[in-house]
Write a protein that binds this ligand. Sequence first.
Ligand code: ATP
Ligand code: MG
Length: 438
Amino acid sequence: MLAKRDLFQKVFRKIPGQVLEIAGALQREGGRVYVVGGAIRDVLLGIEPKDWDLGTTLEPPQVLSVFPGAEVDGIQFGRVRISGVDVVSLRAEGEYLDRRHPSCVELGATIEDDLGRRDFTVNAMALDLHAGDLLDPFGGEADLEGRVIRTVGEPEARFSEDPLRILRAFRLKAELGFNIAPEVSRAARNMAGLVSSVPGERCFSEIQAILLSPGACPAIVELRDAGILQVVIPEIFGDSSFHGPNSQRSTVLHIAKTVGFCPENLPVRLAALFHLAPPGGWKEASRRFGLSSKLFSHVKYLLKGIPLSTDADPGYVVRKILKEAGLEKFHDVIALEIAKSLAARGDAIPQTVVDLLAGVFSSRRYPPESYLKLKITGDDLMREAGLSRGPELGEAIEYLEEAVLRNPNQNTKERLLLLVEEWRKKRSGSVCDEGEKK
Ligand code: ATP
Ligand code: MG
């Protein structure tokens, strides 16, 4: 084990210049400044930190007087954001009344108080930039060495203050490959139900991190075994294949394996997580998690599956996906198909993907512009084919687009005008048929 001063040096050397500049400016204003949070943990583990957080004895208005242009989101919790670096005024937290937010935040706290309110020992270290020392009052460095996740204080008390920490323990484990200490694991299991009180948005940021972590596959199964997955994402359960504890476990194991075979890509992994969920499950969950409509529809598209029937021309299917969804989703469709196939049968390349590749090959003779856009406009169709604006025009365009996807050689103005005539005849035929039936 390195001496504290050596540990200080090891982290100090990695601090980005911009973070040191912010710290220097705050020190010149009379503040004590500390590096806090996950960056210390990551550097000591030899991982590149995602972000750097600073703690200071200055109060938010003083921080703002040094950096008048800073973002003040979260100022009630003492947080000011300066060029992407969170500067948090040292605080101790009052009681947690609603299991989410402390009832009050006491500024003017010491660094020890501040570290004491943090979730896990490995996240509760600080670098004292003034004294040149690493502060580690809860044995975080020893837990890093032992690769163990332990709460600061009693796990029951800390989890009931903020049940999101239960999920954060699994997130850290999945990211770092650590073990959760037995008493922490026991408390998480006993208190799983409390996670239902955590807002969906907060849960989702941990779920996202778990899904994209190296330990995603085992984490999903462990979360189900601890009774947490059922509370955090109840929408993936409910189908008959989930009934009975054994079949539920094997279904979740299958889902987890599918996620594990996906690339590190959020929409694909979310689609794998929901691919056996009952209809409407994804919509319900994405609303609760407060997801963007872009992410919602991306995953929804992947969940729809590939429109490949046995008699479909694979070239047509490929062109249809590219037109409807674009190249990125096309890649994602293939990645998900491969992951599903690997999880189900151990086949690296399922038949659907073989067919899609054949489709890509046969489509190579058609440049994208030959089928992505009709060589006739709506105005042309009204002027030259006498169509009227509204549903009639819409239906005709849909017919032409479909015909061009099937055979891109048909995408010439002359041919499209002939096809409109064909469509008109079919349409009036089907209208007559409808009339006769009545
Ligand atoms: P990452 O590298 O993924 O950002 P992190 O440890 O920095 O990991 P953040 O969510 O950015 O995690 O939080 C920053 C720090 O704030 C944590 O290291 C931890 O000390 C503290 N923290 C965050 N959430 C909680 C919580 N719910 N309860 C107590 N402390 C928390
Ligand atoms: Mg962070």
